[in-house]
Ligand binder design. Structure first.
Ligand SMILES: Cc1ncc(C[n+]2csc(CCOP(=O)(O)OP(=O)(O)O)c2C)c(N)n1
Length: 251
């Protein structure tokens, strides 16, 4: 076996336990990208991840770093406290769309406005996954959810929130981007965005956020493959991939 080369392995911060996510859910892909970067950038031991309320609540079982769990939506506020008290730590928040763009939108916008030197990974799966698929701020117009059974209607439910585009209009944030987890090319690109966001914090440049357009096969009532096709056909035209704010020094 000694002449065999390792071409694939589980990144060291990933715990040796079975996943509790639904089959085909891309939370696991996002976890892997984060874990790969923590390993490659030698950050695992200095990292504190503030986990959300939502499907990712058990993320602290899957990525083995120091961790806290915030009350629903309050991850950026909690992360602010950790980073200010322990500036030598590398502080991440990991949040769903209901968490970050609904109940926690004030904490998010103010952390960005203050230019806190923390990094947010935002999982946009277009609904409140954990509680059974209610409408979220990112639910598309026309999308059927348990709380928009006839499809989201602007006159009744308002319009989707484009968080990166909103934050990019502010002076506080240093790096704001949106990637997608529907295919290999997009996943590799998402890793590059995450690496820039991690480097933003390491260089002390301030707040960074990467939205990752994700799926929710269970609540979308689709197979995993159909859910990835839906991302390409329906979600990415509304939530396009891109870098929306990159201040000088980010790389
Ligand atoms: C203060 C508070 N309000 C409501 C809830 C119920 N709750 C638990 S998970 C969740 C939705 C989370 O949705 P999202 O942030 O989109 O994450 P996902 O589950 O889709 O990953 C809600 C409303 C709660 N736990 N705490």
């Amino acid at each position: 076996m000694s002449n065999m080369k390792t071409i694939y392995k589980v990144p060291s911060p990933i715990a040796k336990r079975d996943t509790s996510y639904c089959p085909g859910c891309t939370h696991g892909v996002a976890h892997r990208l984060i874990a790969e970067l923590l390993e490659e950038m030698d950050l695992t031991k200095k990292t504190v991840i503030v986990w959300p309320v939502g499907c990712a609540v058990l993320g602290y079982y899957f990525i083995e770093t120091d961790a806290l769990e915030a009350a629903h939506g309050r991850a950026c506020a909690m992360a602010t406290g950790v980073k200010r008290v322990h500036p030598e730590t590398f502080v991440l928040t990991y949040q769903g769309d209901g968490d970050i763009a609904s109940i926690g939108i004030a904490e998010t916008i103010h952390a960005a406005a203050r230019g806190e030197n923390i990094t947010t990974v935002f999982i946009n799966n277009g609904n409140y996954g954990m509680t059974g698929g209610q409408m979220a701020p990112t639910t598309l117009i026309g999308q059927v959810t348990t709380t928009s059974p006839y499809g989201r209607k602007p006159e009744m439910n308002g319009f989707p929130i484009h968080l990166p585009e909103m934050l990019a209009t502010m002076d506080g944030p240093a790096y704001i981007a949106r990637g997608a987890l529907d295919n290999t090319q997009h996943i590799l690109q998402a890793k590059k965005f995450l690496k820039k966001a991690f480097n933003t914090q390491l260089k002390g440049l301030g707040y960074a956020l990467v939205e990752l357009v994700s799926n929710c096969p269970t609540n979308w009532k689709m197979t995993p493959v159909e859910s990835l096709e839906r991302i390409r056909k329906e979600v990415l035209p509304v939530f396009p991939i891109g870098e929306f704010r990159v201040v000088k020094g980010v790389e």
